[in-house]
Design a protein around this ligand. Structure first.
Ligand code: KG4
Ligand code: ZN
Length: 367
């Protein structure tokens, strides 16, 4: 994309608090760009999914994802700008927020390099955003008046985290998966059942017409702590189907989905009570799951908690949540990130209870 070389203000170190932010997201298999006003109003949001590129391999192929981002980034950014009444000169855009981790390194690099090039051409700051923090900000886009503290259940293809949020930008990691992420379990079981990729939506759809009590799959650590484990459940599904070849895909899908959701909801609910949370929030791609959404709403009604379920398009990867998280960072650091901002495939969620940027518990990268 060709932009003007002259800065429209005093350059990236300007201390003016940016208002209108272009977000860029390329951490996995969605190429996304969005324009968000004051961290709260989505002016435009464009997501180009690479599902077709990866479907025949049954999962994301990192090399193909990186190449697809190279092809798609320019048109996707141009589309988001045009829908926001801007153009390739970046008219009206005050800053750029870009996901710089965690994720696939080759994919992250495409977004980071693109954001830096545009930032230099337009003379606006560029801020690196943690993808996980982006997911946590998705609810704020639709519910700006959330009360604190909150418990967020972040469930995606690469992560399963329970996080206490005491204020925007202040997080305490309560628990995470010790093996597969919840979305990964959905994808692997779907592949085994021949439901294709991505597996979560396919299992969700099949489960709607199945019997959730057909099979009693294991619910790991149901009553203990906040960590999760889904690999035993996946193995149990495989063994059960081999033992019962007559089982219908719908019944297996419904019983599997029920087991995952039982564990997620039980722990999130217990965490909310322990933390004294005012509300429970869902985030990440698995938050699009119909049963999880229904069960969280019911549990919150019973427990007198607010339930914040972002719309499905904000649960899965998008750039509006990155722009919102970036805007928040820019309020404290209007100059943005240094020019040597790099991609960090293993970036962790900043955990305030562990002294800021480097929590002792590693958060695994999306795969
Ligand atoms: O947040 P996301 O778009 O990308 C990552 O950062 O991983 O999440 C993608 C994951 C995939 O594993 C996909 O199968 C899962 O979210 N997913 C679902 C549903 N929709 C997407 N899982 C269960 N039920 C769904 N309806
Ligand atoms: Zn994600």
């Amino acid at each position: 994309m060709n932009g003007p070389t002259a800065s429209r203000r005093d350059g990236p170190t300007s201390a003016i608090r940016p208002r209108r932010v272009l977000g860029i997201e390329t951490s996995c298999d969605e190429t996304a760009a969005a324009v968000v006003d004051a961290g709260a109003t989505i002016v435009s949001s464009v997501v180009s999914s690479q599902v077709d590129v990866h479907a025949r391999y049954g999962g994301v192929v990192p090399e193909l994802a990186g190449r697809a981002h190279v092809e798609l980034l320019t048109p996707v950014v141009a589309d988001a700008l045009a829908r926001a009444g801007s153009d390739e000169s970046g008219r009206g855009i005050d800053a750029i927020a870009v996901t710089h981790g965690p994720g696939l390194v080759g994919s992250l690099l495409v977004g980071v390099a693109g954001a830096k090039a545009l930032g230099l051409a337009w003379g606006v700051p560029v801020v690196g955003v943690n993808h996980l923090e982006g997911h946590l900000f998705a609810s704020l886009l639709e519910q700006p008046d959330l009360g604190w503290p909150l418990v967020v259940l972040l469930v995606s293809g690469g992560h399963t985290l329970l996080v206490a949020v005491t204020a925007p930008g202040t997080y305490r990691l309560l628990g995470q998966t010790i093996d597969d992420a919840a979305g990964e379990a959905f994808d692997k079981v779907a592949r085994f059942l021949g439901l294709g990729y991505p597996g979560g939506p396919a299992i969700d759809a099949a489960a709607e017409s199945g019997d959730p009590r057909a099979f009693d799959f294991p619910r790991a650590f149901l009553a203990e702590g906040y960590d999760f484990s889904f690999s035993g459940l996946k193995t149990s599904v495989v063994n059960t189907v081999r033992k019962h070849p007559e089982a219908t895909v719908e019944d297996v899908a419904a019983s599997f989905r029920q087991a995952v959701v039982d564990v997620l909801v039980a722990k999130a609910r217990r965490a909310a009570a322990d933390v004294g949370a005012t509300a429970l929030c869902l985030a990440g791609g698995v938050a699009a799951n119909s049963l999880l959404r229904r069960r969280v709403e019911e549990a919150c009604a019973e427990d007198g908690l607010g339930a914040f379920l972002p719309s499905r398009s904000l649960c899965t990867d998008n750039a509006a949540m990155i722009a919102a998280a970036g805007w928040f960072q820019l309020q404290r650091h209007p100059e943005g990130s240094p020019l040597d901002l790099g991609a960090d495939p293993n970036l962790r969620l900043p955990d305030s209870s562990r002294g800021g940027a480097a929590p002792a518990v590693p958060i695994v990268a999306a795969d």
